[in-house]
Design a protein around this ligand. Structure first.
Ligand SMILES: [Zn+2]
Length: 265
């Protein structure tokens, strides 16, 4: 919610419900910004990482990097859209899937539980590989054609797969599940080391691509489609003072969907 406007801020009126994403600001002048790839900016700032915000009651953000929350979303259901949601959406875009395609998800947490709703909306068939049975169940509830364990082979060859889990050992397994020329998208900021694998797994024009941050266009396009579907996020709410408990639950696969911190007591 806009509490106060900066001197030259005009974009949002006081009282407007807004959200802030991971990409806090870019320089706007580097070669990446100038070519429409501001997610790769040479001088970016990130919310809660290089600038304050995220675990706070108030945040100062440049208006050009702030998004209006679509009316249909209560605050707590909207929260996961701004981080996991946008990154999942960019991962989907980079995977190149279209209606009728078969897409694998490795790991089924906050990002995947939103991305599957977009994929289903696009007419894409989703296969979920995740170690936690509760997450497999959520995937099936959200329309996955199949759900199995991380290293199980999906029943059909995939056009693309997205690895959401930060575990490099999944990469060879996921490559094995792809059709010729299939794309493997790595959706995490961090990943443990990828073990070496036979060139055969990559040959036949398969490709591996990581995802870094988001552009504002990704954010605006995603929020539009999220409202149109409409996406329903599954959230587990923790008060801000229990943020450490939330992080611990996340680490132990104990969150179904996304964890959200409630700032106001
Ligand atoms: Zn830049």
């Amino acid at each position: 919610m806009i509490e106060k406007q900066g001197e030259n801020a005009r974009r949002f009126a006081v009282g407007t419900r807004v959200g802030v994403a991971w990409l806090h600001e870019t320089d706007g002048v580097c070669e990446y910004c100038r070519s429409g790839a501001e997610n790769l900016c040479d001088n970016p700032t990130f919310t809660g990482y290089t600038v304050d915000g995220g675990y706070a009651e108030y945040i100062v953000a440049p208006e050009d990097f702030v998004y209006a929350i679509p009316a249909g979303f209560p605050d707590e259901q909207a929260a996961p859209l701004f981080c996991a949601g946008i990154i999942g959406f960019r991962s989907l875009r980079l995977s190149g899937v279209k209606a009728g395609a078969r897409l694998g998800f490795y790991g089924f947490g906050a990002a995947a539980h939103v991305a599957i709703q977009v994929a289903r909306h696009w007419g894409v068939e989703v296969f979920a590989c995740t170690r936690d049975v509760r997450h497999q169940k959520l995937a099936l509830e959200l329309g996955a054609a199949w759900a199995g364990s991380t290293f199980d082979e999906p029943p059909k060859k995939l056009d693309a797969a997205i690895v959401f889990a930060p575990a490099g050992e999944i990469v060879p397994t996921a490559l094995k599940a792809l059709k010729k020329s299939g794309a493997l998208i790595l959706g995490g900021i961090h990943m443990s080391a990828i073990p070496s694998f036979s060139y055969e797994l990559l040959y036949q024009e398969r490709m591996i691509r990581s995802v870094a941050n988001n552009t504002r266009q990704d954010g605006e396009d995603f929020l539009r489609v999220a409202a149109e579907i409409p996406i329903r996020t599954h959230v587990q709410i923790y008060p801000l003072r229990e943020a450490n408990r939330a992080l611990n639950a996340l680490k132990n696969d104990a969150i179904s969907g996304a964890a959200v911190l409630r700032i106001a007591e």
